[in-house]
Write a protein that binds this ligand. Structure first.
Ligand SMILES: NC(=O)c1ccc[n+]([C@@H]2O[C@H](COP(=O)([O-])OP(=O)(O)OC[C@H]3O[C@@H](n4cnc5c(N)ncnc54)[C@H](OP(=O)(O)O)[C@@H]3O)[C@@H](O)[C@H]2O)c1
Length: 265
């Protein structure tokens, strides 16, 4: 597979690393571009792939092209590469809120795959949702599933579900970080130093995730650690009284609506 990457920032580099580590392609078959020369030097020296600051060249040399630029760069990048684009090439966009139709509008006859990964692909624990345009062939779908499986889990969705995906797994890591911050601050409030409060809270989060990995339902696990009249029950009752679940639901809904707004603008 001749693999192209336009935009070698955070996400582009992580995906490149995953693809090479899983040997889905070889360094000499990869063409990567970016606007910053020092970034390209770093990518070349670290991964041994071909680099260029010419996006058109990436398209000419590759059959499957990852578009890992910011959403606001998409229009100008597509305009730049349009003349080099051929029908058999596959565009894989991870740009948040950029619809398949918008890419097709600029590229004309093209195969487009839209993916919404999340930050956790950095540690190969990502959650990526994939949607395909009409003309994408079975083996091309499989190639893209393998690319994103190299950095975590993959699920196929209808494109209309992308805003909801963004609200849950796309923005989700930040909700978890925020919960951890709150638990740490609560520990500090009870008199612990920041580092001790962080250790107590972080190991609790990590241990709880490990327990969940055994497959139990979170509600069952919660009930099992909540003894009648105990400390956990007192805290959870307070969370229920304050409608913790309703707050989370509304927050996720806000993210969903914002994602819709962005993809329609
Ligand atoms: N980060 C996440 O958790 C996450 C999750 C899901 C989806 N995404 C999507 O992933 C995409 C990339 O995000 P990121 O966090 O990796 O951003 P990033 O680190 O800014 O990466 C984008 C890279 O593209 C370069 N670039 C800018 N204009 C270019 C052009 N015309 N041609 C070639 N390269 C160009 C940027 O250079 P400069 O820095 O010099 O501009 C930068 O190195 C975004 O569309 C975002 O919506 C991100």
């Amino acid at each position: 597979m001749n693999f192209g990457i336009i935009g070698c920032g955070n996400m582009g580099e992580v995906i490149l690393k995953g693809v090479l580590e899983e040997k889905l392609t070889l360094p000499w078959q990869v063409w990567a571009s970016d606007v910053r020369r020092e970034r390209l030097n770093y990518i070349k020296n670290t991964y041994g792939v071909n680099v260029t600051n010419n996006n058109e060249e990436v398209v000419e040399k590759s059959s499957l092209i990852l578009l890992s630029i910011k959403p606001q760069e998409m229009h100008s990048v597509l305009a730049e590469v349009k003349s080099a684009w051929q029908e058999d090439k596959v565009a894989v966009s991870i740009a948040a809120g950029v619809k398949i139709a918008r890419i097709l509008q600029q590229l004309g006859e093209a195969k487009v795959i839209r993916v919404m990964p999340n930050l956790c692909i950095k540690v190969k624990q990502g959650m990526s949702a994939i949607a395909f345009s009409n003309k994408v062939r079975k083996e091309e779908k499989e190639a893209v599933r393998r690319i994103f499986s190299s950095v975590g889990e993959v699920v196929e969705v209808e494109e209309t579900a992308m805003d909801a995906v963004t609200a849950i797994s796309g923005s989700g890591p930040a909700y978890v970080f925020y919960f951890l911050e709150a638990l740490v601050e609560a520990g500090e409030h009870l008199g612990f130093s920041h580092s001790l409060a962080y250790l107590l809270a972080f190991k609790t989060l990590q241990g709880a995730v490990e327990l969940l990995k055994e497959g139990d339902d979170p509600a069952d696990l919660r009930r099992r650690v909540t003894s009648k009249g105990g400390t956990t029950e007192r805290a959870l009752n307070y969370l229920k009284e304050k409608e913790f679940k309703a707050i989370i639901r509304s927050a996720v809904e806000k993210a969903y609506l914002r994602s819709r707004e962005l993809s329609e603008s």
